[in-house]
Design a protein around this ligand. Sequence first.
Ligand code: ATP
Ligand code: MG
Ligand code: MG
Length: 561
Amino acid sequence: EKAELNDFISEAIADDLKTGRYDHVHTRFPPEPNGWLHIGHAKAITVDFTMAQKFGGQCNLRFDDTNPEKEDMSYVEAIKRDIKWLGFDWEDREYYASDYYEYLYELAVKLIKKGKAYVDDLSEEEIRVYRGTAVADKNNITYTPPGKDSPYRNRSVEENLDLFARMRSGEFPDGSKTLRAKIDMAHPNLVMRDPVMYRIRRMPHYRVGDAWCIYPMYDFQHPLSDAKEGITHSLCSLEYEIHRPLYEWFIRECEVFPSRQIEFARLNITRTVLSKRWLLQLVQEKRVAGWDDPRMPTLAGLRRRGYTPEAIRDFMSRIGIAKTDSMVDIALLEHCLREDLNKRANRVMAVLKPLKLIIENWPEGKVEELDAINNPEDPSAGSRKVHFTRELWIEQDDFQEVPPPKYFRLFPGNSVRLRYGYIVTCTGFDKDPRTGEITAVRCTYDPETRGGNAQDNRKVKGTIHWVSVQHAIPIEVRLYDYLFAVERPMEVPPGGSFLDNLNPNSLEVIETAYGEPCLAKTKAEDKFQFERIGYFVRDPDTAGTKPVFNKTVGLRDTWAK
Ligand code: ATP
Ligand code: MG
Ligand code: MG
């Protein structure tokens, strides 16, 4: 079976197999367990797992957990659950960089022995200053003047071996020493100017506890963890491109398996932020209810919002893999979701802002059962009965005392079709004389129009949804809008914060809406189309007495193809 080579990564991998650089493909997805996965990670997961699949290879799940400050077991659990939900399986290939501490330590010793690493007594701040920064010349062209060597750079191998062993055994205070790679303090790429490999931190690690007081830095740990697992293609997002020479340096100098790093564009989506740091801030400051708040771009948030893994994977295949970063319109993600939900979500009627409709010529107490098709896109979904009675709930919006132009719904004298039911003609309304509030709408029905089929109903332009007052169940509805009020929430003026861009109206809770009785028997994540309103999903929240439904997305597609 020949793999389709429709992106630059597939081409690079196929080339590596052809030239014999590798004879198989092995990738990995390397999350740091310091937050929940977001839809940007879903892109990396998709790329990592599908590249392996495409070439008959395997993909590891590796937790890059070498930063004890922010990592936690609860994040490991959440990450595993969300990858599975998305539909990918690492089987028994679950690894932890924290299991490699001894191996990494030995490689560090190897570099010291080769004269390629040294113990430095400069502080982290001094190291930064000595490293130098890019400056602009008088023609405003930026360049990077050489940095300055640390006075400890030329310690002997013996002294370095001794000091490093003592760093490990806990002889020195936090921050007092580091181990650095000895590369080139004049290198045009700042990343290559003697990067720090180890720092001293007395901080218990969520997995290895107090076993270590020195922790490896990401740039050292990552390539060597890849090599340890025999990863052929280490796929990552574009911000790691400038780190690639260092990745290659560690692999070469440590003489380990030659993993190859390839970068692809980060996923950015309008109206959202895709960075764990920002998402963590939203959670910590309680701007949202938690990592799985339905407004969050986390996989758990999207799931709770009513997204399906199929819709997300469809989105990933449509955006493809590119070499330059870009901003994807969130309307495309919503388009993929609507296409999927249209096929799988049963239709039901629910009234969010109820107003009573009284059918004056319908006998008191009479109940008629009408047939309603569950999903016109899926004949196997069958049909159900809906109860038609003298008193119905309709939407407040579907009646106007004085109709605006082109209004085809209920107003005195006008007729509408009640979905699956009869054509009714508005005869009047009740108004509270004190408040001016309309308390009920009155109408008569035409018995010849059951199912909405009138002999001559050309004049009836509007169809509205409804539920029987006697049969409907009360439900709570949570209407969600974008968390951010602007397209690009990360773009903030100096002194501002992305929090200034939050949408103050991203959640509207409707305590009492009414829905068809079948909504009582639903379970969390069951998905519906509330006719004429949008797609909704049953929320796991069962704190109140009423079932809760989250609005997933409206019906109108705003994606311009
Ligand atoms: P964040 O930037 O949100 O803090 P991270 O990159 O630090 O995320 P990791 O857990 O280290 O989070 O990421 C695991 C993998 O996911 C990395 O290989 C990274 O390249 C990839 N990744 C993270 N964000 C995106 C994104 N927006 N688009 C594509 N890939 C991403
Ligand atoms: Mg990271
Ligand atoms: Mg990052």
